[in-house]
Design a protein around this ligand. Structure first.
Ligand code: ZN
Length: 248
């Protein structure tokens, strides 16, 4: 590695560290319950000065030793993602809230690939924002009951890769949280959402390209008709799951 490249690398690392600290800070304000106890006691130890929680890092769980097939909560392993879990609201094409609470769980191997992809996105000044992650099979049944049409909802008997813990619905936002223009909203069913629709402004095509090419580098493949949907390679072979997370 040349001296110049080394300096560039170090500069980039410093910038990433600063930006990830800033964003983990913001999320700590809204999610104080996720502060690790050790961090809180560390703050108290510091001469009784009540340090603002945002100074401390939010997440510190380790993926080491966890089986690839285990279901985990993504936010426990990285504070660097954004979330808009649409199916935990009525703001989706079903006009129905099908999750009890907004959480993003998925299998360990998917989490590892997402964290790696997000680091690459961060270098481009953006990060992943989730609309949906792992979806319990029982939720797939709920969706099917509302819209029993395989064009829009996977048949729960056959299952979707979301039910297998290997699919995510995502977009990109700036490090400040501003959405990049992808041409349509999430779950827009129509030609404008197709990857092979090139009849779109260059900015939209560039944003989709950044999303697709980066995800591909980290093992995710896309479907032709939904710019937001990504599947982890090999995940279609995994079993349909009905693991359910706790809502507080
Ligand atoms: Zn999807």
């Amino acid at each position: 590695m040349s001296y110049q490249k080394l300096i560039q690398g170090i500069t980039l690392l410093v910038l990433i560290s600063i930006s990830s600290l800033t964003f983990s800070c913001k999320e700590q304000f809204s999610l104080p319950k996720e502060m690790p106890n050790t961090a809180e006691s560390a703050a108290e130890v510091l001469e009784g000065i009540h340090l603002e929680k945002p100074i401390l890092k939010k997440t510190n769980k380790s993926l080491v030793g966890l089986a690839d097939s285990t279901f985990v909560r993504l936010a426990d392993f990285s504070a660097d993602f954004a979330y808009d879990m649409r199916y935990a609201t009525k703001n989706n094409f079903l006009n129905a809230k099908v999750y009890d609470c907004a959480e993003c769980y998925t299998r360990v191997k998917t989490v590892k690939a997402l964290i790696a992809a997000n680091k690459a996105f961060n270098k481009e000044g953006v990060k992943i924002k989730f609309y949906d992650c792992y979806r319990p099979n029982s939720v797939q049944y709920k969706m099917w009951k509302i819209v029993p049409n395989p064009q829009y909802v996977a048949n729960p008997v056959k299952g979707s890769i979301h039910n297998k813990g290997g699919a995510v619905d995502i977009t990109l936002v700036t490090l400040e949280g501003e959405e990049l223009d992808m041409g349509t909203d999430f779950d827009f069913f129509g030609k404008r959402a197709y990857h092979d629709n090139l009849d779109l402004p260059q900015e939209i095509l560039d944003n989709r390209k950044l999303l697709k090419e980066t995800m591909k580098k980290f093992g995710f493949w896309s479907t032709r008709t939904e710019w937001w949907h990504y599947n982890l390679q090999g995940a279609s072979k995994d079993p349909i799951a009905n693991f359910k997370w706790e809502c507080e």
